[in-house]
Unconditional design. Structure first.
Length: 391
């Protein structure tokens, strides 16, 4: 039984008509005998909190009743994987000037691929004895980070002419170039740009920065930054690869991801191309079944259509790899639990190629789960919303 259905059956209401269960009712439910572990209480609290946050955002209720209710203990989380200082130094020593600048922008300034691609010499901001770097062009807001001597020297080595004629501005090509360089025969370092960026997070934490300061420097939430403050980093030998996202950008189309492994695309243009291809295949599939009145929405589901006189919603997921696991947002889960018929349609093994900045997609394996309801047993928590205690 889904958690929200269980909650409604036990408590008597969920509360989406300007009312909500009382704090006493929720507290009693979270303390029921079947909740034996503090981490189970936390997970129950988190799902309820996400549901009520959504309800507030949708203006269905006036307040979130989960505030000021004890959450229990946060389940132990896995650390980020970061390139080691030794491997980073090995790579920097043998890299050409441009590649060295790319590596250090990620590892010494916490830049994402888009932010590296958008870098220009004008982003170096002199500020007395400690120059700074303006980081922009990515998913995060523009931010200012300290510019250390090693990164400053690397950027100085790249002339203005180089920056205009040779600096790679295509995030997909940039990612492939960095990864291929690191994996080369001379280095054999199997890391991504994300792992370089995590190096910056750990280093800032070790320098005594607070979680809030690291979050601001990296353009992430405090919750995300908190992982850099755990006692030890995860090493390659300790890494459970099924829990580590697989970066699709540098993988061969059609490769099989490990069972349970979530895949991720860093390049926003590639990500959009894969999404569009999957949605187009979905529309073609339902058109052949007699579907009409198609509408592309994106959130909280991708396609609305009419089939056999009934409105049907479709959640679409696309991947260039062969996958058995997809990532869902709380809104996607909540919507599928609250509206039927909703289908889950997955198109994986999509072939793609890039030429002159254009991405071309083709093919793919299409699978459909009709009248799809995501059950608790098939879901696992990956992030949590944390309400800061009142000082």
């Amino acid at each position: 039984m889904k958690l929200l259905e269980m909650f409604e059956e036990d408590v008597g209401l969920v509360g989406l008509e300007r009312s909500a269960p009382s704090r006493t009712q929720i507290e009693a439910w979270l303390s029921r005998p079947s909740i034996k572990e503090p981490s189970a209480r936390y997970q129950n609290w988190t799902e309820l909190n996400s549901f009520y946050e959504w309800a507030v955002d949708e203006d269905l209720i006036d307040r979130n009743p989960m505030h000021k209710i004890d959450k229990g203990e946060l389940p132990a989380g896995r650390k980020y994987r970061a390139i080691s200082p030794e491997d980073l130094e090995r790579a920097v020593v043998v890299a050409d000037p441009l590649t060295r600048a790319y590596l250090l922008l990620a590892a010494r300034a916490g830049c994402e691929l888009d932010e590296i691609a958008h870098f220009s010499q004008g982003d170096v901001l002199p500020a007395g004895s400690q120059p700074s770097l303006r980081v922009s062009g990515g998913r995060s807001a523009t931010r200012i980070v300290p510019l250390d001597d090693q990164l400053r020297a690397a950027l100085d080595a790249v002339t203005v002419t180089d920056a205009h004629t040779a600096w790679e501005t295509d995030p997909s090509k940039l990612s492939k170039g960095i990864v291929n360089f690191l994996r080369g025969d001379n280095l054999e370092i199997h890391q991504s740009v994300r792992n370089l960026r995590h190096r910056f997070g750990y280093d800032q934490a070790s320098l005594g920065k607070s979680e809030g300061e690291v979050a601001k420097l990296m353009g992430v939430s405090v919750q995300t930054a908190a992982k850099y403050f755990q006692d030890e980093e995860v090493s390659d030998s300790d890494l459970n690869t099924s829990d580590e996202d697989l970066l699709e950008d540098n993988e061969r189309s059609g490769r099989r991801a490990r069972s349970g492994q979530v895949t991720h695309i860093e390049d926003p243009r590639l990500r959009l191309a894969i999404e569009i291809h999957a949605v187009d295949m979905a529309i073609e599939h339902y058109t052949q079944l007699g579907g009409t009145s198609f509408a592309k929405l994106g959130k909280p589901y991708d396609i609305r259509l009419e089939l056999n006189g009934v409105e049907r919603h479709v959640e679409v997921k696309g991947s260039s790899l062969l996958i058995d696991t997809v990532e869902l947002t709380i809104n996607e889960v909540t919507h599928a639990n609250s509206y039927q018929p909703t289908d889950l349609l997955v198109v994986d093994s999509i072939h793609w190629s890039a030429s002159d900045g254009e991405i071309t997609t083709s093919g793919g394996r299409l699978r459909v789960w009709s009248e799809w309801v995501p059950g608790n047993d098939d879901l696992r928590a990956r992030t949590f919303a944390y309400s800061l205690p009142t000082p």
